[in-house]
Write a protein that binds this ligand. Structure first.
Ligand SMILES: Nc1ncnc2c1ncn2[C@@H]1O[C@H](COP(=O)(O)OP(=O)(O)OP(=O)(O)O)[C@@H](O)[C@H]1O
Ligand SMILES: Nc1nc2c(c(=O)[nH]1)N=C(CO)CN2
Length: 202
């Protein structure tokens, strides 16, 4: 089967998605579908969905609406700026309002890594500077790819184990659902670990 990207110049990217407002699961699915529809990006696989406690600027907040988080693996011919523009466009389409840092949001799409790209400027930092500390990124990523590595930080399984060893709230990720974006290479790995997030929209 031929790739919609053709054969030239595509690189692997890892995208982290999160939603803690509205119909979270539907929004994640719509975000994956919108990314998959966009020119220059092919969604290869999507992780199971993990329900997580909101991390705010003051730390984990069990009283805030919980997030559904997922990770998507994709291939793209877009350059990093164009990929960030696409992420922002999809966020805007899905009602993302930027008010507070780490505030509640219908959808957040972060670029975790882009193969071979190291970048650090006001607009974009790659790999994502906080991915290594975020169980809400590492857990779904690991479910999708047990051999995943975060460039410059190490294996995702080791990073997650380190976080869990250090965290009093090691069970912040409270439930695992099926993969987001079914039909876009969604992976079912880890769905057996579900503890009831299915239909958990409130
Ligand atoms: N790797 C990256 N992925 C996405 N945005 C990035 C990245 N590096 C830098 N940014 C910049 O961060 C800005 C703020 O992004 P956003 O509002 O999604 O932040 P946030 O999700 O609240 O916090 P965080 O960046 O810690 O995830 C974006 O407009 C973008 O310019
Ligand atoms: N649980 C959880 N907390 C967050 C998340 C997220 O995706 N999941 N995203 C944030 C900003 O990117 C801030 N806090």
């Amino acid at each position: 089967m031929s790739s919609p990207l053709g054969s030239s110049g595509a690189v692997d990217v890892v995208l982290a998605l999160g939603s803690n407002l509205g119909s979270r699961r539907a929004t994640l699915d719509e975000a994956v579908a919108a990314l998959a529809r966009a020119g220059g990006l092919e969604v290869v696989a999507v992780s199971p969905v993990v329900e997580t406690v909101a991390v705010t600027v003051d730390g984990p907040d069990p009283s805030a609406p919980r997030y559904l988080n997922a990770v998507a693996l994709a291939r793209t011919t877009l350059d990093p700026d164009a990929l960030l523009d696409l992420a922002h466009r999809v966020e805007a389409e899905l009602g993302r309002v930027r008010d507070r840092r780490w505030g509640d949001r219908t959808i957040d799409i972060d670029i975790v890594t882009m193969d071979g790209v190291l970048r650090d400027d006001a607009r974009l930092v790659l790999p994502h500077p906080r991915a290594a500390e975020r169980d809400f990124v590492l857990e779904p990523w690991l479910l999708l790819d047990p051999d995943a590595e975060l460039p410059g930080a190490g294996r995702v399984d080791a990073l997650l184990a380190g976080l869990r060893a250090g965290a009093a709230d090691a069970d912040m990720a409270v439930a695992v659902d099926g993969a987001a974006g079914a039909g876009a290479g969604a992976a079912g790995a880890g769905a057996d670990a579900a503890t009831g997030a299915e239909g958990a929209e409130r």
